[in-house]
Design a protein around this ligand. Structure first.
Ligand SMILES: Nc1nc2c(ncn2[C@@H]2O[C@H](COP(=O)(O)OP(=O)(O)OP(=O)(O)O)[C@@H](O)[C@H]2O)c(=O)[nH]1
Ligand SMILES: [Mg+2]
Length: 537
């Protein structure tokens, strides 16, 4: 539309029933000119000039659903007209604010009028309605309009750093600053913003710049490195060893000049949270699963108790460990076929390696009081304490268990010849369970309150039913927080699927993974047991 073109805008007073009246303008005149024209023609609408104040009058169009679409005073009428033939005005609108808003990479802000009672979500809507005014590149415009992508409002905190503005923030609270917005693509919502890290191979000294995303994790970076392995100019021996998985990639910070050992990045650390933008890549021998001899070394007759709610997979996990031993095919613990309790009695399972032993104590979920009431929790705490301490009150009334509907099996274990003190606690938590059960928190609490703290491990079962690595990691973090277990002592596991279910398995097959887990459980429980022993002497 050429700027001089003459146009007619139909104007209606929002508070009167009358018809819209025609006003003539040139296309390049603005909403501000329209406001002035309305004021000077107030009597056409049954008003007086003083009834209309230019700084508060609300001029808007209506969208199909009847909602108001406030016009900015700076907008050219040509553009408004092109979109809509009729505008309305209201002389007694709510309070308006003019907010300077800019695209994060633009220089100059644009002023947008918005009711001060509105919030960030409304402001985003208004920005999108006025997006043409921001003079963005075609590429950005295209992306903004792509479904699934969105814009996010930010406030600058100086030094090119920004903070997102929370959705509940009212426009009135933002009035004093320039609001910036950035484009968030659907991809970025999950994986975060692109970042670059440089990775240096210790073998070839080759440094490669790799682009990743801030929410990607260290193991994702390992996968990316494998994809681009040729860029690192490694020896063919190393490449072959990576391919046949006899060696693996380890990432760590580049050591300082002093050469101090700096440790290895955790596989699930987010790349965006690494302080180092330079990473060192080493090709090392894969941590091998323990040999039978190595495991035998770790057996000191320790007792490891498995706690968890009904059906969370305690018995299945015990079977998975049993089957991980070379040549063992059989299940040793009874599992349930469905929701019903699978294990009815506290069942010790003795593993014998050569002439050494360790014991898994399978504590049935169904035998314990599970209610959330304080009385029930107290009872649960007592029972778990008795099992962990391997000592039970002698004068326990025989009807003690009746009220809590516990089964005879627990009573038998407790009153009969029990296993004695527990040397490690394994808490089994079903991965897709909506929350952590009372028993999980109490078992962990009880264990940690003993002496130096009995080692506590977590096993998250059913990871075959979780979506992806990220969800598994969420569950690990959740269990870690809810039950106060170190993330490094939590093992995701599928008792059903034998192939790789998570990159947590580190490329090992499940038996290897489970034996590595068993090595940690045995070595920590051995250390604990021996220390206790020393203390007792
Ligand atoms: N898909 C899947 N199912 C599992 C997994 N672990 C256990 N299950 C199933 O979950 C059900 C309950 O498992 P159990 O091992 O009997 O549970 P439990 O913790 O011993 O239960 P109680 O003895 O009643 O306290 C069984 O049907 C198992 O097959 C897993 O990792 N993935
Ligand atoms: Mg069971």
């Amino acid at each position: 539309m050429s700027t001089g073109e003459s146009i007619t805008v139909m104007v209606k007073y929002a508070r009167a029933k009358g018809n819209a009246l025609p006003f003539k303008f040139s296309a390049s005149e603005t909403v501000f000119d329209l406001a002035k024209a309305i004021k000077s023609n107030a009597d056409d609408f049954g008003l007086e000039g003083k009834d209309i104040k230019i700084n508060t009058v609300d001029i808007f169009t209506r969208s199909e659903d009847g909602s108001k679409l406030c016009l900015n005073f700076g907008n050219e009428l040509g553009a408004v007209k092109a979109k809509n033939s009729e505008v309305e005005f209201d002389n007694n609108p709510s309070e308006y604010i003019e907010l300077p808003v800019k695209y994060i990479h633009s220089v100059n802000p644009i002023k947008l009028r918005i009711e001060s009672s509105k919030d960030v979500i409304d402001l985003v809507k208004i920005i999108l309605e006025n997006i043409e005014n921001f003079r963005l590149s075609e590429e950005i415009m295209e992306k903004i309009k792509t479904p699934g992508n969105e814009i996010r409002l930010l406030r600058s905190t100086g030094n090119e750093e920004y903070q997102p503005i929370s959705h509940q923030t009212r426009v009135a609270q933002m009035a004093t600053e320039i609001i910036e917005f950035e484009l968030v693509t659907s991809d970025m919502k999950d994986r975060g913003k692109p970042i670059e890290l440089s990775v240096t191979s210790t073998e070839s000294s080759e440094t490669v710049l790799l682009e990743c995303r801030e929410n990607d994790m260290v193991h994702n970076m390992v996968a990316l490195i494998k994809e681009k392995i040729d860029k690192f100019k490694l020896s063919s021996e190393s490449k072959d060893a990576l391919a046949d998985r006899s060696k693996q990639i380890i990432l760590s910070p580049v050591p300082s000049k002093k050469g101090a050992y700096v440790g290895v990045f955790d596989a699930f650390q987010k790349l965006g949270e690494l302080k180092e933008k330079n990473i060192q890549l080493r090709i090392v021998d894969r941590k091998k699963p323990p040999s039978i001899e190595e495991l035998a070394e770790l057996c000191v007759d320790q007792k490891i108790a498995f706690f968890g709610a009904v059906g969370h997979g305690k018995s299945s996990t015990i079977n998975t460990v049993a089957r991980a031993f070379p040549g063992v095919q059989d299940s040793i613990a009874e599992t349930s076929g469905g929701e019903a309790a699978g294990t009815h009695v506290v069942s010790p399972h003795t593993f014998t390696i050569g002439n050494k032993t360790f014991h898994f104590i399978d504590v049935p979920g169904g035998a314990l009081p599970m209610g959330e009431t304080t009385a029930n929790k107290e009872k649960l705490r007592k029972i778990i304490s008795w099992i962990v301490d391997g000592k039970f009150p002698e004068d326990l009334p025989t009807n003690y268990w009746d009220e809590s509907n516990t089964v005879e099996g627990l009573f038998k274990y407790i009153t009969g010849k029990n296993m004695g003190k527990v040397d490690a606690v394994v808490i089994v938590h079903r991965g897709y369970a909506p929350e952590v059960e009372v028993i999980t928190r109490i078992a962990s609490d009880v264990a940690m309150a003993r002496g130096r703290g009995i080692p506590v491990f977590g096993i998250i079962t059913n990871i075959d039913k979780l979506k992806d690595d990220a969800e598994i990691q969420d569950k690990i973090e959740y269990l870690s927080l809810a039950a106060n277990i170190d993330e490094g002592s939590i093992y995701p596991l599928s008792n059903i699927q034998e192939g790789p279910t998570s990159s947590q398995l580190g490329g090992r097959d499940r038996d290897e993974y489970v034996l590595c887990m068993l090595r940690s459980i045995l070595s920590r429980s051995k250390r604990y047991k021996l220390k206790q022993h020393v203390k007792l002497k």
